[in-house]
Design a protein around this ligand. Structure first.
Ligand SMILES: [Mg+2]
Length: 295
């Protein structure tokens, strides 16, 4: 796995997108191997959010490994509310230079800092312990209010699953953020239409989701969440006078053929053969990206 670090200062949009597409592919290559070796994980929902994670940590957020190590209070914050996607978070942090890649080998091992759900007392770049669903947005609202009270321009991002929105605590937090017009808060909703074991629409439907968020006082942006060129501008611009909800339309398991939009891949473990198929497909993408680089 290559450590790519942040998008270089002064990069053009095309250069930045290319850097982030490479990073996302590196993350997915490493993540599928990690789950294959650990024999546990949540690849489907990790692959749907990989593009968002790299775009935030490697480009959009005002954050660097140096700021994290120094505990800079002015760094932007990301809270991964869908904490079961921890492996994608760790791997994105490693590709971004925030976590040593060797640590990835210890995922889920006894006394590893890489737990199945992120732990803030073990990894400096992790801002909140998450895993129990419906907690990340309330924490993010508090974090955003703290920035207002500090007179700070720092932004707070929170990444939520769509199935997770069935937890009522989210709607208390949406209401509070709307009431307080927290324009420094951006919530990304991973709208992959699947949750553990079933389609969201068949379990407890969210629609009309955008209308509900607008009614709670949020600005809503809908984008293809697996398209970095679409995600990047949506993430970069904060709300003018209210919090922003990005409905990121994604596919669970993207872009691996046998995982994509397949509910089984919420927490299925790939066989060695399936790891090989995923790597071959991801290598194909990497090859096309590198060919573009050399032209
Ligand atoms: Mg989902």
């Amino acid at each position: 796995m290559r450590v790519l670090g942040r998008v270089p200062a002064g990069a053009t949009d095309a250069e930045a997108e290319h850097h982030l597409e490479l990073a996302a592919t590196e993350v997915r290559r490493r993540a599928v191997q990690t789950v294959g070796a650990a024999k546990a994980g949540h690849l489907g929902g990790e692959f749907s959010i990989t593009d968002t994670l790299v775009t935030l940590y490697l480009d959009v957020m005002n954050i660097s490994p140096e700021q994290v190590d120094a505990g800079d209070p002015e760094r932007d914050r990301l809270i991964l509310s869908k904490g079961h996607a921890a492996n994608a978070l760790y791997t994105a942090l490693a590709v971004g230079g925030y976590l040593h890649p060797e640590a990835l080998r210890t995922f889920l091992q006894s006394e590893s800092m890489l737990n199945g759900h992120p732990a803030r007392n073990k990894i400096a770049a992790v801002e909140a312990n998450t895993g129990p669903l419906g907690h990340g947005l309330p924490i993010a609202v508090g974090t955003a209010i703290a920035a207002v009270l500090d007179g700070s321009k720092r932004r707070t991002f929170v990444l939520l699953g769509d199935g997770e929105l069935q937890e009522g605590s989210n709607w208390e937090a949406f209401m509070t953020a709307g009431h307080r017009r927290l324009s420094n808060l951006t919530a990304v909703i991973d709208r992959n239409r699947l949750q553990q074991g079933a389609r969201v629409a068949d379990t407890n439907d969210l629609e009309p989701l955008a209308d509900k968020l607008v009614a709670f006082g949020w600005e809503v942006r809908e984008v293809d969440g697996n398209d970095i060129a679409a995600l990047r501008p949506a993430l970069r611009v904060p709300g003018s006078d209210r919090p922003v909800a990005i409905i990121a339309h994604t596919d669970k398991g993207f872009p691996v053929s046998y995982m994509r939009d397949n509910v089984a891949w919420h927490h299925k473990v790939p066989t060695a053969e399936q790891v090989g198929i995923a790597l071959a497909e991801l290598d194909g993408i990497l090859g096309r990206l590198e060919a573009k680089e050399n032209n």
